[in-house]
Design a protein around this ligand. Structure first.
Ligand code: EPU
Length: 347
């Protein structure tokens, strides 16, 4: 049964993980696919500000008058148990970590390295979430999304999603184009542990165990443990995870940097380029643990900006821009903001 979405005025301050103060004039909850055409009509009338899951990767302005759609579609369904993969359909409004927890408990292994990432399943493909050696795209079969201006549903095979590091064609298309309604996962069988990330290799519960004896649940537990140690819990301290992407530089830029900064933390990439640890660059510039009004840089992970209290987006973006300038001056490397910055006028 379809129920027309109710458009309400909502204080979004507790509905974004950064905890930024935000009053939104027109918020509609999407609870059923049949509401999608009405959403498109509303978006056309009011203009669309943002499609929101749990607000874990957005910088919201202090007020929004355009439409905000909160995706609350639910459902997890095992579609097929193939000899080579588990195929699972998950609705966009499911909480990401709850889904990963369910998957592991069902024996649908393969997402354990992505445990404890805040946000919804529908938000995951937008920025192609990744952690501890696994990126989402390696576990996706297809993504189904509603084209908001054209009012039609489209299913994209993985290769059509334009996945890159913390990027996808959904992100590149801009905020007004696509509303992801569901993700079909393909979790390869037999399961193979992914243990290459240094923090995982070093974890006391995994170090020394033969890879063939390791279970997905143990990796899940270790990842949760590492994340809890390094990353602030958004329920306690407002944050959006990494605020910058790890920048990728050419081999020649990297070698020039390495001559000047022997300790630069880097990861060689396919094609000869190098990814740099932005957290290291920011820490070297003296920002780790620094406070600036209501915002600051986390003391254990310099890539994470935090909201100490009642910060607004402009305060946070001012800090981000000061950090970008320092890194650019000291290293000649340009940092790129990772979360989506929302404004009432951007569309
Ligand atoms: N480092 C520092 N100082 C810092 C932080 C990091 O020197 O303050 C150096 C250390 O050498 C550390 C290395 O950077 O060993 C890498 O740090 P970490 O393992 O914490 O990973 P990261 O590159 O900073 C990325 C992702 C995280 C993901 C982790 C683990 C991005 C932008 N961030 O962080 O993702 O959890 O790897 O895979 O790619 C997120 O996107 O929100 C996020 C948290």
């Amino acid at each position: 049964m379809s129920v027309s979405p109710i458009v309400r005025s909502v204080d979004l301050s507790a509905l974004n993980t950064l905890g930024l103060t935000c009053q939104a004039g027109h918020v509609a909850d999407l609870t059923h696919l049949s509401q999608l055409p009405v959403m498109s009509a509303l978006a056309q009338r009011l203009g669309l500000a943002v499609v929101l899951g749990e607000g874990s990767n957005v910088v919201l302005p202090s007020s929004l008058n355009r439409l905000v759609v909160r995706v609350q579609l639910k459902g997890i369904e095992l579609i097929e148990q193939r000899p080579d993969a588990w195929i699972i359909d998950v609705a966009a409004g499911e909480n990401w970590h709850d889904f990963v927890t369910t998957a592991i408990s069902q024996g649908w292994d393969g997402l354990e390295n992505l445990a404890l990432i805040p946000g919804t399943v529908g938000a995951a493909p937008v920025q192609n979430i990744g952690a501890y050696g696994v990126e989402l795209d390696s576990r996706v079969e297809s993504v189904t999304a509603w084209n908001i201006p054209e009012a039609r549903l489209v299913t994209f095979a993985r290769e059509q999603c334009g996945f890159k590091y913390r990027d996808s064609m959904f992100k590149r298309a801009g905020l007004g184009q696509w509303l992801i309604v569901g993700v079909r996962f393909c979790l390869p069988r037999p399961w193979q542990p992914v243990l290459g990330y240094p923090d995982l290799l070093r974890h006391p519960d995994l170090a020394g165990i033969a890879p063939e004896a390791i279970r997905a649940q143990q990796i899940f537990d270790a990842v949760c443990d590492i994340r809890r140690t390094k990353l602030p819990d958004p329920a306690v301290l407002g944050n959006a995870g990494s605020f910058f992407k790890n920048p990728v530089v050419s081999a020649s830029e990297f070698h020039a940097l390495k001559l000047r900064f022997a300790d630069v933390v880097s990861y060689p990439q396919a094609g000869g380029s190098f990814k740099l640890a932005a957290g290291w660059l920011i820490e070297q510039c003296g920002w780790k643990g620094k406070r600036q009004g209501n915002v600051g840089v986390h003391e254990r992970q310099a890539l994470v900006l935090v909201n100490d209290g009642h910060a607004t987006a402009s305060e946070l973006l001012e800090l981000a821009s000061a950090i970008k300038n320092s890194v650019s001056e000291q290293f000649g490397v340009e940092l790129e903001i990772e979360p989506v910055v929302v404004s009432d006028t951007s569309l």
